[in-house]
Design a protein around this ligand. Structure first.
Ligand SMILES: [Zn+2]
Length: 265
């Protein structure tokens, strides 16, 4: 991180500029002082829960929605030099739907019970999408749930739709961040803002680094390159694909996009 960042972080005008950089469509060589070499790559398993007998659970989101949501999540988290790559997308029946509607208002276990056993893992972040429950989203012991029907109060410079913001907010909790009720903050409740302050950025990065399954972007780049040279193209392709999620316009991300496209042909 650039040494001048602490000073800059107190400048309101810079906050707005950083937000535009983080959330805007134009990729840059670095974001908020974080270049490719600083980025951490975290695996995210997305679950679209279905339930034929329970419309309150059955999500109507599809893979295009997930792609759009994840792209916006990564623009938010670029301000902390963290990228979530899609480890896998699981469209799957909710495990235990009995009594869900009655119990979900008072008992978080009703949400946890929806998780299919076979797709649980301890070496990825999980986000489960379902249609309806009390809050917009919740992070329970690091496991994230987001409802399709989330709604937020718009704030200046905030995200243009609720689901990427709610998903980013819950991932913030999963990275140990508590609520901070400043109006444009990512960890404010019920608002559309996506801003993190320097201390939150440091805390989230430290939490990510503690997980052995979160990799550094240069480490992934090196592995992809080695696999490519060993003609292990499928394995290399999976790693190039991870790097394509980093929302920067830099030599490594351009190379990764080109490689991923070549391998997809
Ligand atoms: Zn929260």
């Amino acid at each position: 991180m650039k040494p001048c960042m602490a000073k800059r972080a107190m400048c309101a005008a810079w906050c707005v500029m950083a937000m535009l950089t983080a959330l805007g469509a134009t990729a840059q060589e670095s974001t908020n002082g974080f270049a490719f070499a600083d980025f951490l790559l975290a695996p995210l398993r997305v679950h679209l829960l279905t339930a034929t007998n329970e419309p309150g659970i059955h999500t109507t989101l599809n893979s295009n929605d997930v792609t759009r949501i994840l792209s916006k999540v990564n623009r938010v988290w670029a301000q902390a030099g963290i990228t979530f790559y899609l480890e896998s997308l699981r469209t799957e029946p909710a495990a235990n739907t009995e009594g869900f509607r009655e119990n979900v208002k008072t008992n978080n276990d009703a949400l946890l019970r929806l998780r299919p056993e076979s797709s649980r893992d301890t070496n990825v972040f999980h986000v489960y999408y379902l249609k309806q429950f009390g809050p917009n989203g919740i992070c329970i012991r690091g496991i994230n749930f987001v409802k399709d029907t989330a709604s937020l109060r718009p704030v200046e410079g905030g995200l243009d739709e609720p689901l990427p913001r709610v998903t980013s907010h819950e991932l913030g909790h999963a990275l140990t961040l508590p609520h901070r009720q400043h109006i444009t903050n990512l960890l404010a409740s019920g608002m559309s803002g996506g801003w993190l302050n320097e201390s939150e950025i440091n805390q989230a990065r430290a939490a990510a680094r503690k997980k052995s399954w979160v990799q550094t972007a240069p480490g992934v780049l090196q592995m992809a390159d080695e696999l490519q040279r060993a003609n292990k193209t499928a394995d290399a392709g999976a790693l190039w694909q991870r790097i394509t999620h980093v929302p920067l316009d830099s030599d490594p991300t351009r190379l990764a996009r080109r490689r991923a496209e070549e391998l997809a042909r």
